[in-house]
Ligand binder design. Structure first.
Ligand SMILES: [Zn+2]
Length: 293
């Protein structure tokens, strides 16, 4: 009887560990300056500019932008929590904990770390976690959607969707935008390849584009049917999206820039935007990337 009890208890302990899948626990890089939360969906999100730590052991950056994107770390975590709530599953999240005055993960290494050896190491870890997350998602689902999450404070309050296209390029005639060269220079080339009959301009600012869907949830966005060509200033996407959103790697993605007002300023507003964005992605990703979320 004692033996049976022991066996049953051991079985329960083993079952508890199996249920709490170790792959879903956060993993930290050197000195806990990068956090990687592994997931199980075809969705990966990185938050490069929401870090708060300013350790003296890492030199201050002396050129480039050094201001953080306030509350974007919290917004990223709310998006991940909302994904879990709506789908029952976890998404991959990569977070830089270093303040942007110490490291800018969204620049090539020279400008990002400015020669500081620790910052260079953290930069490498940050991007290798993104790579690992995307490779895992592609191995499991065949393709992945990648978001690099930022914040801006531009006067025109809107979500800026950066597909790597400049304002001047988005202003070109539709037939140029629909050309092969144009879509090959963007970060959703994979979506275009998966939907060969859909003109590329429709993917950028048509009635079922990401901008259109976000606007349907009550947040202004650009590019969108309402504003096909963003007014300046506009962030078109940076190093991280350029490096990791490649059709050849089966990844489509974009830089999402959330305005401070209405989207990032209060916990309630961050929650509302997180809910709207996840509802949007649950329609957008199955429709265009043809994988379930
Ligand atoms: Zn940023």
């Amino acid at each position: 009887m004692i033996r049976l009890c022991l066996f049953v208890s051991l079985w329960f302990i083993a079952a508890a560990f199996a249920a709490d899948e170790p792959t879903l626990k956060p993993v930290f890089g050197t000195l806990r300056y990068v956090e990687y939360i592994p997931g199980e969906l075809p969705l990966v999100l990185s938050a490069p500019h929401g870090g708060l730590l300013k350790p003296k052991s890492v030199a201050d950056r002396t050129y480039g932008v050094v201001d953080s994107d306030a509350n974007t770390q919290d917004l990223a975590r709310r998006i991940a929590a909302e994904v879990k709530k709506q789908t029952g599953k976890s998404m991959d999240l990569v977070i830089s904990h270093l303040h942007r005055s110490k490291l800018d993960p969204n620049r090539e290494i020279k400008e990002a770390a400015q020669g500081d050896k620790t910052a260079e190491k953290i930069w490498q870890e940050y991007h290798s976690y993104i790579e690992k997350a995307l490779k895992k998602a592609v191995a499991r689902h065949g393709r992945a959607f990648f978001i690099d999450l930022h914040g801006q404070n531009h006067k025109d309050i809107r979500v800026e969707l950066g597909y790597m296209h400049r304002v001047a390029d988005l202003a070109k005639p539709t037939q140029v935008i629909n050309g092969i060269d144009f879509r090959q220079s963007g970060s959703i080339q994979l979506i275009s390849e998966l939907n060969p009959d859909v003109p590329y301009a429709d993917l950028l600012f048509g009635s079922e584009s990401l901008g259109a869907m976000i606007e349907q949830h009550g947040f202004l966005a650009t590019p969108s049917p309402r504003m096909t060509v963003p007014t300046e200033p506009y962030f078109r996407g940076g190093y991280t999206i350029d490096r990791h959103s490649r059709a050849a790697a089966h990844v489509a993605g974009l830089q999402i820039e959330a305005n401070r007002i209405r989207l990032r300023d209060t916990p309630e507003n961050r929650q509302k935007f997180a809910e709207a964005l996840v509802q949007t992605l649950r329609v957008y990703i199955p429709k265009w990337l043809k994988v379930e979320l």
